[in-house]
Design a protein around this ligand. Sequence first.
Ligand SMILES: Cc1ncc(COP(=O)(O)O)c(C=O)c1O
Length: 412
Amino acid sequence: MAYPTISTQAPPIEPKSNGFGPSTQSVHGGRSANPYNAVTEPIIQTATYTFADTAAVCAYKDAYLMGDAGGVIEYGRYGNPTVSAAEARLAALESADDALLYASGMAAITSVVLSMLPTGSHIVLTDDCYRRTREFALTFLKRLGIGCTIVPMGDYQALEDAICPETRLLISESPTNPYLRVLDMERFVEVARRRKVRTMVDATFATPVNIQPLAWGVDLVVHSASKYLAGHNDLLAGVVAGEAGLIASLRGPLGVLGGIIDPNNANLVLRGVKTLALRVEQQNQSGMKVAQFLEAHPKIEQVWYPGLSSHPDHRVAIQQMKGFGGVVSFTVRGGLEATSRFIDNLQLSQIATSLGGTESLVIQPALMTYYEFSPEERAGMGIRDNLVRLALGIEDAQDLITDLAQALAMAP
Ligand SMILES: Cc1ncc(COP(=O)(O)O)c(C=O)c1O
């Protein structure tokens, strides 16, 4: 059987050090030739791969045992060309050597941590982080004999004090959910390097357009690619990017833990990411305009947006970030019910958890995320009853503001 030969029409574009901007990287980063000269990457929807004969099986096994299978893949859990193409694009966007895609953001976080940490080790996690990351650390890791200390975001002395001889990894998030705290990457990395521990940052809310943690010396960057990277509220995916050896050490465990992404979803990530820089630029601008509008509105109590000078991390945000993102958190004057009524009056923003897609989504965290807790418990966790998290899509900023204004006008 004759297979098409690999064309050299479209040589691979080096993902690193090529000086391209984020929009060019979104479209071309990591691109390599495909056998069909197709402009877009082919979707290879297969569970497994065939060998011509037994000799080919043995040649592959010998090569694999020597550490280089020469691009031959045995089974879908160990690799897929469409997934590899998406990984190369995401690595280029992060200026990373390599990247690994997973079935979801949580699959990425749990697989990376499980792959890196032995029993008896310890991690330090900053607070105000994604609720399921904290839950994973405090329940699953604890059960496996891996300790976790949670320290206040922004307290670098507490971060350092929490490091013990067993500590292997510092994990942080930036900006955080829901108060959009911004990590000072320089201080975070300085502490970690001095104390000889690795670092991982969940930069889902920032995207590589607004900050590249690896460029600040962070070891691993993770994203829920379900959010801005894929960008259309239509799939779940996760990604980790970093230095070649570190990512290679995570590839084998992914084949065991099994949280792989489906090739069709990998293709949707590839497609979605092409407009990442355009979308994020629009969301950065809308975020700023909406935050300024809300801060000036008499029915709004407080606004959290790193682009506002009132935000506790504004200084570090303007020093380290290119834009402040499309999520704005705020409290509405009045209590739980008045806030729910404001949300119910919104016409454009849909009530749904998640963020980073083309459609604006809004939640009242007290009800959507912390429903099972009492008001006192929620207050203890810093979740105010009248808190709103608005994740802007790509609608026109003026339309979003007009909609917020009418919903606030109807609020008591
Ligand atoms: C900051 C952050 N990290 C990780 C996750 C988990 O991602 P996924 O829903 O893709 O598993 C989320 C999800 O909301 C998130 O907001």
